[in-house]
Ligand binder design. Structure first.
Ligand code: CA
Ligand code: CA
Ligand code: CA
Length: 855
């Protein structure tokens, strides 16, 4: 049939027929009349749906963080991300990411266009997103055909969050399917030489010597893809107007992969190469349910008690809220009713507050606002007595490296990394913010085994490295826990000789001291092995770094011997090159950090392990004498080489002064005081601890600094309704909020007339649920409703480690606060780190002390 020879009536009939049959050419109305509108914050908005187009960029620090590109926020949930031209079927974290070099927002045309660049491949593409009818038209343009190297690789991807589509179905053209709960899609083996290389030559794939790589094959293919047609909140329809659509499951390659909808860019073509029309169902006049932010742990009777009610901007605020007491027979009795106060707008929501401070009766309560009720929480005097136990009893033991960790019938992990560690190679930049400069600064050659490093230390976070600055922080904090509160709690057996830890099994020794000992052993070992603090110890290969499972299996625990064949072993050494590397460049600030931690540990360990206490202090003094009599080593890289020189030396001097009362340390503290005035909040607690050992003039200086500090706190507390500093970067703020509370407690004890004690509680309330987005407690296992899915090293099981604290709220730019409760893999929201664990233990003890003992 020759289309051009048909009459115009026949043409339009055919067109109508084709459209009706295949939905391939939606008849578009003017984009100005479309449902979605580009708003003042430069994203597409309608009720129930937002489309972000590169409001967030690939930050680069940890590569593909699944928070960039074209993204959907669908009925209040970010369900899609990564909409961009990508070079992989299902991109992993370290796969190539495009740079967004230009972004044009055209409100009149209701359109956003981005220019994406892969510099390495000299490849540019333009992606335009234009609102049409009830959806968006996504078009990809190339000025020149694809570089040959990218043929069959480059495509347009949009990634959907698996957890948002679990237990839901899809249709691809006329075939139906159920979204896989567990990855089981088909795979394809391809020759290694055609693989698009990952960032900086790294590889997440361990090919075990086979010249190949693997790639998911599509689960479904077609022109029209309908997701979750049965669920009005999640239903999305994508029609490809040029080539076919494919659905992939990225979890076949990486547990943190997403479902990917993709069209390949055809070879040899330029101009418009891909076009999709995407519609997402919206519920008419959808309004997000109010969220009542409160402490999931509850409140001490004497505490200020203010719930923050978060409302959709289209919601009409009610005038009152109620506090109901839960009775023995399950009834809810009104205990208090009051008007809510308007706080105002913050991010995308409107906030009210409900103050029920006057209620002091112990018991179980819920807050009710309209037809929303919170989970039950307590008002009781003893709520803080146990709240730190999971962190000390479970989280810290699980993080202990070089130890076998048992809990009843369960083994958390074996004694890991007993083959620690090889000297890292020179001139090497590692992917987790470590680097080795042109020298080793040790007597060891690159690749040579450094004996004595397989002791002590904790896994840094959800990964398994020993990052020395964090170890310093933890030891110092735990020492302060011990010195201030002397917690005798003993629920864990820790046997260093047998490398054995048993949770829920007392051994007659206070667990805090045993943890301090574990940290001190690791730090001391570094000095004994190479004569100074090392930056850290971490696996060499990215394919090892992505390890999920027992830390014991990350390496073979046998020391690498380059003279052995790969399968050879004598039971002590092996030919498998899998040992971790120690990054060993000398850094004076890092050394001062170790001095501070070792000196502090010596104070706490005195009377418990005198021999180790003596060694720690001796080492700290020796290294101090060395460092203060030579030019500083200022090798710096990432966050692994210590802090600023002045403030690091200041912290070492404070701890040594407390240990020895020697005047030389007091003199150094006075000399270095100006170095901590900048960013005083960070060093305030430390500086104030030195006061009892310093003179009157020092105390006066402190008082002036603390006064200025306190004035600034007022500004922080007014920024948002939660009264804490909200982080804007790639990592949530719970750790900072807890540290803030700890600092304020220490300052309050020294200057009760200056510091408002309320600043001690806000950080904990934030962690326990008083934050935007949701009211979940960020401390796993603490509070009625807490994180049960987090980025611990057990994240592949969608599980948690009790007592771990997650960063919490990530603010997806420009205005979306997010903490995923069904998806553990966003580290900026859900990753436990040991540093926060240690300040949390301190802060809960502090709050308990303040409410129950001092008052
Ligand atoms: Ca790490
Ligand atoms: Ca114990
Ligand atoms: Ca090994």
């Amino acid at each position: 049939m020759n289309y051009s020879k048909l009459s115009s009536k026949s043409k339009s009939l055919i067109t109508l027929f084709l459209c009706a049959m295949s939905f391939l050419c939606p008849g578009f109305i003017d984009s100005a009349d479309a449902a979605l509108k580009v708003n003042d914050l430069d994203y597409f908005e309608t009720r129930g749906l937002n489309v972000l187009v590169f409001s967030n960029q690939y930050a680069g620090m940890f590569f593909d963080e699944k928070t960039s590109g074209i993204e959907l926020i669908h009925h209040g949930v970010r369900t899609a991300t990564g909409g961009a031209v990508r070079l992989n079927t299902t991109p992993e974290q370290w796969d190539q990411i495009p740079t967004m070099v230009e972004r044009k927002v055209d409100k009149e045309k209701n359109s956003i266009e981005v220019l994406l660049q892969y510099e390495k491949f000299d490849f540019n593409s333009r992606v335009t997103v234009t609102a049409k009818n009830n959806g968006i038209l996504i078009s990809v343009y190339l000025d020149a055909p694809l570089p040959e190297r990218l043929e069959g690789h480059a495509g347009f991807n949009l990634e959907f969050l698996p957890a948002s589509y679990f237990e839901r179905t899809y249709m691809m053209d006329n075939r139906t399917g159920i979204f896989p709960l567990y990855p089981s899609g088909p795979m394809e083996v391809k020759p290694a030489d055609i693989k698009i290389p990952q960032f900086a030559g790294h590889s997440t794939f361990d090919n075990r010597g086979r010249p190949e790589y693997i790639e998911p094959k599509p689960i479904a293919k077609g022109k029209t893809f309908i997701m979750a047609p049965e669920d009005p909140e999640r239903s999305v329809k994508i029609q490809s107007l040029i080539d076919e659509l494919m659905l992939f499951d990225g979890r076949n390659l990486a547990q943190n992969g997403w479902y990917v909808v993709r069209s390949l860019i055809p070879a040899g073509k330029s101009g418009k190469v891909i076009e999709w029309f995407l519609t997402a169902n919206t519920i008419e006049n959808w309004t997000r349910s109010p969220m009542i932010a409160h402490s999931q742990l509850g409140y001490h009777p004497n505490q200020k008690k203010v719930a923050v009610i978060e409302l959709d901007k289209n919601d009409t605020p009610l005038t009152t809220a109620r506090l109901l007491k839960v009775t023995e027979d399950g009834n809810f009795e009104e205990k208090y009713k009051d008007e809510v106060k308007k706080w105002g707008d913050y991010l995308r929501y409107n906030y009210l507050t409900f103050d029920f401070t006057s209620v002091k009766d112990s018991g179980l309560y819920v807050i009710e606002y309209g037809n929303i009720r919170t989970k039950a929480f307590q008002i009781a005097k003893d709520i803080y007595e146990n709240a730190w136990h999971p962190t000390l009893d479970v989280f810290f033991p699980v993080q202990m490296d070089h130890m076998f960790v048992n809990e009843a019938y369960r083994v958390w992990h074996g004694a890991a990394h007993l083959d620690d560690a090889l000297q890292a190679p020179v001139n090497h930049q590692h992917f987790d913010m470590y680097a080795q400069g042109p020298t080793t600064d040790t007597k060891y050659k690159p690749g040579e085994h450094i004996p004595g490093l397989n002791v002590g230390g904790w896994f840094d976070a959800g990964d398994y490295d020993i990052r020395t600055p964090t170890q310093h922080y933890v030891v110092s904090n735990l020492v302060q826990v011990w010195e201030t509160f002397k917690p005798q709690r003993d629920e864990t057996t820790i046997d260093q000789k047998k490398r054995y830890v048993d949770i829920h099994h007392p051994d007659g020794k206070p667990d805090v001291l045993q943890q301090i000992e574990h940290g001190a052993l690791g730090l001391l070992a570094q000095h004994k092995a190479v004569g100074h603090a090392v930056n850290g110890i971490i696996v060499p290969h990215l394919s090892q770094y992505t390890h999920l499972g027992d830390g014991l299996t990350m390496t073979d625990n046998l020391i690498y011997d380059p003279n052995m064949a790969e399968n050879e072993s004598d039971g002590f050494r092996s030919g498998v090159f899998d040992d971790r590397w120690a990054f060993t460049n000398k850094s004076t600030p890092l050394n001062y950090g170790s001095i501070a931690a070792l000196a502090a540990a010596s104070q706490a360990l005195r009377g418990y392990n005198d021999e180790l206490a003596g060694e720690c202090l001796e080492m700290a003094q020796k290294v101090w004498d060395e460092e203060s009599n030579r030019d500083p080593n200022l090798f710096r890289h990432g966050n692994t080489t210590g802090g600023r020189l002045g403030s690091s030396k200041f912290s070492a001097a404070v701890e040594l002064l407390i240990c020895t009362k020697e005047e030389k340390y007091a003199n150094t503290i006075n000399e270095l005081l100006p170095s901590i005035e900048r960013g005083f909040g960070f060093f305030a607690a430390l500086a104030v601890r030195a006061m009892p050992y310093m003179d009157e003039a020092y105390a006066e200086k402190m008082e002036a600094l603390v006064k200025t500090y306190h004035e600034r706190l007022g500004r922080i507390s007014e920024d948002n309704p939660f009264g804490v500093r909200m982080r804007r970067g790639g990592w949530g703020g719970a750790g900072g909020a807890i540290r803030f509370g700890m600092t304020n407690y220490i300052l309050y004890k020294a200057f009760p007339e200056i510091i408002d004690p309320e600043y001690i509680f806000t950080g904990l309330n934030f962690a326990y649920g008083c934050h935007p987005g949701s009211n979940i407690s960020f401390v796993s296992g603490v509070g009625t409703h807490s994180k049960r899915v987090a980025y611990g090293n057990n994240r592949a099981d969608y599980s948690f480690i009790a007592g771990g604290i997650v960063p919490g709220i990530l603010i997806i730019k420009p205005d979306f606060p997010e903490n995923k409760e069904d998806w553990p893999f966003l580290w900026g929201e859900n990753e436990y780190v040991i540093s926060v664990g240690s300040s949390y233990i301190y802060l809960v003890n502090a709050v308990n002390d303040l409410l129950n003992k001092t008052n």
